[in-house]
Design a protein around this ligand. Sequence first.
Ligand SMILES: *[C@@H]1O[C@H](CO)[C@@H](O)[C@H](O)[C@H]1NC(C)=O
Ligand SMILES: *[C@@H]1O[C@H](CO)[C@@H](O)[C@H](O)[C@H]1NC(C)=O
Length: 404
Amino acid sequence: MAKQLLPLPLLRHALLCFFFLLCSIIFTKTLAKSTTYNVVDFGADPTGFKDSTLAFLGAWSNACRSLRPARIQVPRGQFLLGTSTRFGGPCNSRLISITMLGTLVGPSDYRAIGESLHWLTFDEVSGVRIHGGVLDARGSSLWACKFSGQPCPIGAITLGIKNSNNVVVTGLTLINSQLFHMIINGSNNVNVHGVKIMAPGNSPNTDGIHVQFSSDVTILSPRIRTGDDCVSIGPGTRNLWVEDIACGPGHGISIGSLGWGMNEAGVNNVTVRTATFSKTMNGFRIKSWGRPSNGFVNDVHFEHALMTDVQNPIVIDQHYCPFYSGCPQMASGIRISDISYIDIHGTSATEVAVKFDCSLKHPCRRLRLEDVRLTYKNQVPQASCRNAGGTSFGTVQPGSCLYL
Ligand SMILES: *[C@@H]1O[C@H](CO)[C@@H](O)[C@H](O)[C@H]1NC(C)=O
Ligand SMILES: *[C@@H]1O[C@H](CO)[C@@H](O)[C@H](O)[C@H]1NC(C)=O
């Protein structure tokens, strides 16, 4: 019998110890791995040659199933997501962070997503953070189709946040969307911070951020220049806060068009604070179709704005009827009240800098102008009012035409 080198209990101890160490290393490694998903590990191609949609969906479904907070990493490079893609919930994971260094590009043929209304959507999620990266939908071939007058698909919205809660989007860049760049629809508590949105000034319907049927949405420090509204606000928007926005070229910030339909959710409690508009079509606009409706716009605050060469710095248009069909000669049913314009100055590109064209059936109520100073070619511009009631405070130029 061979002589034991070590007494048996000690050997057992050493072995146990060794296995414990090995196990704990393996255990921690798997745990760490189980929470971070790099799309490249799921087969995503960072050269943009091969379609990476399935790889992204693979990373998403693992993150979504995870019982712990999960992280999805998109490394540097260009990733082709060539089809309409839904990142859906509900998820087990209460926090999914998506960190992007790379660019996601849309299909080169616009028809691949042009009929689906959305390119990328987050739907029915809660606790998602998207940070960094670029979304480039490559919309120019669709715009060319639209310019040519041929029949073309309406196009896809680049990024949709739908039916979701507690979503944060920071430092994301969106460019050249086929249609709106971003929509927040049917969602609560969404924070959008420091996004950049760019498309040519003549690209059709490329709104920056559209919000509807959503509450407690905050949009901070966006830089937006597109071919349509920088921020557009649709029915069912409540408690929206927009601050430190640079807008232009583009169509400005718009509530509406509202009131095409009879039963429409109202817009309530919107603040836009600290805004610069450069060469935009509008500054602050509220727009409704000249049609019966029971919608409303209430409690809106436009504060601290600098306008440079803006065609319609302050405008309410309740006679919107662009194609003269289904609306001419009708009064808008949208009731507009408690709208304030405070500390707004700069230059108007047209003679009428302030225009309140309200509904005969439901005149605007409690409009408030305070410290508004606009010029047109270094002269005092004009204000025009129809069915518009309210008050003015401090210096107001052009002089207020509101009735008390
Ligand atoms: C917004 O959400 C509603 C309800 O889910 C849906 O009917 C509508 O199509 C959505 N609109 C867009 C543009 O996603
Ligand atoms: C209006 O919305 C803001 C957030 O945008 C919120 O802080 C405030 O409490 C809301 N006011 C009312 C009266 O609900």
